[in-house]
Design a binder for this molecule. Structure first.
Ligand code: PRP
Ligand code: URA
Length: 217
């Protein structure tokens, strides 16, 4: 595995685990069905969430066990919001909600123009108390980084300061772009792939995540 310079950036987190590697291999496989793809994306998103929420603040609460009162730790306050970048980001939400059922979900609508490869914004609806939460912005694919960088810009404009970006498959180009545009956010990825092709698709990648999630091709 190439040791890119961004591995020295403490804001960059390549989440590595045998379960993630195994599930990513299945996710990439062209013969994986839509049903399997949806399940795998959900599962890898859960594993990323485990890492991305490692520093959530805890508070002590007293819990009555059948035997006595136990001082326990629970996540304090309004903790998390999940913000999928439409449309493929939707494929990561259900897994994350299983781990954080109280998370509010916002949506950001962006698509990449197929000719210019530039992101076009069409929708943004965040939880009303978004600025009190850690927002996990999610998108399976980080290619040029244009969509994620713009989405984060839109979220910051609405007063949110605590933002983490979670992606399943990323290219070095997109990682560099996001870390350069937003040095104040943390980035979690399950894979760092080799490069982009001439159409800005990730190699080896997994193809078009949205089409594979929703069976549109
Ligand atoms: C894909 C993907 C990201 C974006 C990544 O979405 O889900 O949002 O491309 O590319 P970038 O890093 O170069 O911006 P797409 O625009 O194809 O829309 P979709 O989710 O509706 O399929
Ligand atoms: N969007 C995708 O869905 N796949 C890529 O490889 C790049 C952008």
């Amino acid at each position: 595995m190439e040791k890119h310079e961004f591995y020295n950036n403490p804001r960059f987190h390549h989440v590595q685990h045998p379960l993630i590697e195994h599930k990513l291999a299945l996710l990439r496989d062209v013969n994986t069905t839509t049903k399997q793809f949806v399940e795998l994306a959900e599962e890898i998103a859960m594993l990323l969430t485990y890492e991305a929420t490692k520093d959530l603040p805890l508070e002590t609460v007293n819990v009555e066990t059948p035997l006595e009162t136990a001082p326990c730790q629970m996540i304090s306050g309004k903790a998390v919001g999940i913000v999928p970048i439409l449309r493929a980001g939707l494929g990561m939400v259900s897994g994350m909600q299983k781990l954080i059922p109280n998370a509010k979900v916002g949506h950001i609508g962006l698509y990449r123009d197929h000719d210019t490869h530039e992101p076009v914004e069409y929708y943004c609806k965040l939880p009303a108390d978004a600025e009190q939460r850690l927002l996990l912005v999610v998108d399976p694919m980080l290619a040029t980084g244009g969509s994620a960088s713009d989405a984060i810009k839109m979220i910051k404009k609405r007063g949110v300061t605590r933002i983490k970006l979670c992606c399943l498959v990323s290219a070095p180009e997109g990682i560099r772009r996001v870390l350069a545009d937003h040095p104040d956010i943390d980035l979690y990825v399950a894979s760092v792939d080799r490069c982009l092709n001439e159409n800005c698709y990730i190699l080896p990648g997994l193809g078009d995540a949205g089409d594979r999630l929703f069976g549109t091709k």
